[in-house]
Design a protein around this ligand. Structure first.
Ligand code: HEM
Length: 444
């Protein structure tokens, strides 16, 4: 009798709970549109992609149906005759950066460089994305949104799991997520519409030097091949902000690490300056992009920076598409895997004295293959078909800004200050103690 009673009690409680959850789900306040459930075949990665979709509002599963931002960015970058096409934008951003640093140099104060690097990269990527020089106010708005999104990665990450449950238990967090998305649309949709409106006028001006093909131009033209439809505004906002986010923090973090090492090891700074001087001679104002290719030591400094301090210690999670044996272990189909990017670059079996900053290890007969297509000794941009599509752009930006920063200023640590290379995990792996440097204009 007692068992029978317990059984009935359990059933009743379950039904009550079910009714309660149903009520909650149908309550107006909680009515956020959930995208379709995660695809069944990829239990974990499916959830990850699904949450990205819900976060970024790509309801029509851009990524799942073999579309992804990576190929779209590659498509975009590939459509320009060369990445050098944005030279004037880079020069514009370089001037903004140099002006800001010059102010600081005049005041004699030390500079927290990351703030300036981030702002400069954001101006540049926003220009490439929307095709226009945005005002300081617009850049600040995008920056604030970006910081909130990036900082929210950890907080919102938990919503990957059991979304139906977290919708009840972490209701506030879901609200914040959707609020963030709305604010982002409020800022970016007007930029998108302005670009769309000016399209015909721009196309009639296609042959002029001022013409630029912006990332959003390609999104406006794009038709999803499987679904035979154009992207909607929310999807474009998602992709535009992912373009900006993916390129800003990574590049400015890498730039900070390289500059920190050049401050810490003045002999490397001097050697780099000598190389630049040898190529461009005295008295030139800026280092031009076409000069960069003649500077092997500069390339070596950048590569050593990326080896020793890769901004991403992991890649985006990948999924095994078939059972695979690796190092004697079976990795079952559909497992989520990742790669220890930083540890690969620090492997003493591959790199001599791996924790030391020695750019000369990259000076040799052969040009180092950072894509890992011959052998993988390090992979700061990932490898294979999901390799970072911004790789070429990132290397160009790093070389261009480092060369000009060293050409224009002497960089020193604060008196008696030891530059600490301790790391801290944010969206990227940044310096725990941000670089504070004294800079003084070089006498040409
Ligand atoms: C120093 C700078 C950069 C570093 C270290 C870096 C690194 C990476 C890494 C490790 C990945 C993951 C690759 C994988 O999952 O296998 C990635 C993906 C990506 N990166 Fe970069 N990146 C940088 C700059 C850029 C720039 C400038 C852009 C574009 C403007 C960009 C756009 C992307 C995109 C769109 C993806 C996703 C690719 C996909 O889903 O297939 N990145 N990046």
């Amino acid at each position: 009798m007692e068992t029978w009673f317990l059984f009935l009690l359990t059933i009743s409680i379950s039904l009550l709970l079910k009714a309660f959850f149903n009520l909650l789900f149908s309550s107006k306040k909680l009515l956020y549109p959930l995208p379709p459930s995660p695809p069944p075949t990829f239990p974990f990665i499916g959830n990850l992609l699904w949450i990205r979709k819900s976060f970024f509002h790509i309801e029509q599963s851009l990524r799942h149906h073999s579309r992804s931002l990576g190929p779209i960015v590659t498509l975009y970058i590939g459509r320009r005759p060369s990445i050098f096409s944005y030279s004037h934008a880079r020069k514009w951003v370089l001037d903004i950066l140099i002006d800001a640093l010059q102010q600081k140099a005049k005041s004699g104060e030390s500079v927290e460089v990351l703030v300036h690097f981030r702002y400069a990269m954001l101006c540049l990527l926003a220009f490439m994305c929307f095709g226009d020089k945005l005002s300081q106010q617009q850049i600040k708005e995008i920056e604030a949104l970006q910081r909130r999104a990036v900082n929210g990665f950890g907080r919102f990450g938990v919503l990957n799991f059991w979304p139906r449950v977290t919708k009840i238990l972490l209701r506030k967090r879901w609200e914040q997520l959707f609020q963030l998305r709305k604010e982002r649309e409020d800022v970016l949709i007007p930029l998108l519409r302005a670009r769309k409106k000016g399209k015909d006028k721009r196309l009639s001006n296609k042959e002029s030097d001022d013409y630029v093909l912006a990332y959003v131009d390609t999104l406006l033209d794009l038709e999803l091949p499987e679904e035979k439809r154009k992207l909607d505004e929310a999807e474009m906002v998602t992709l535009a902000s992912e373009f900006i986010n993916a390129g800003t923090d990574t590049t400015s973090t890498a730039l900070q690490w390289v500059m920190a090492n050049l401050v810490k090891y003045p002999h490397i700074q001097v050697r780099l300056l000598d190389e630049i001087k040898q190529i461009v001679g005295d008295g030139v104002e800026d280092i031009k992009e076409e000069d960069l290719q003649k500077m092997p030591y500069l390339r070596a400094v950048i590569l050593e920076g990326l080896r020793r301090h890769p901004p991403a210690h992991f890649v985006v999670p990948h999924c095994v598409t078939e059972d695979t044996i690796l190092g004697g272990y079976l990795i079952p189909k559909n497992s989520t895997i990742n790669f220890m990017v930083a540890d690969m670059g620090w492997d003493p079996k591959v790199w001599e004295d791996p924790m030391a900053f020695k750019p000369e290890r990259f000076l040799g007969e052969e040009v180092f293959d950072i894509t890992g297509s011959r052998e993988i000794k390090m992979m700061p941009f990932g490898v294979g078909r999901r390799i970072c599509p911004g790789l070429g752009l990132a290397l160009l930006h790093l070389e261009y800004f480092v060369a000009n920063l060293i050409w224009k200023f002497e960089w020193k640590a604060m008196d008696g200050d030891e530059i600490s290379l301790e790391e801290k995990q944010e969206f990227t792996t940044v310096m725990e103690t941000p670089l504070m440097a004294y800079i003084s204009p070089r006498k040409s």
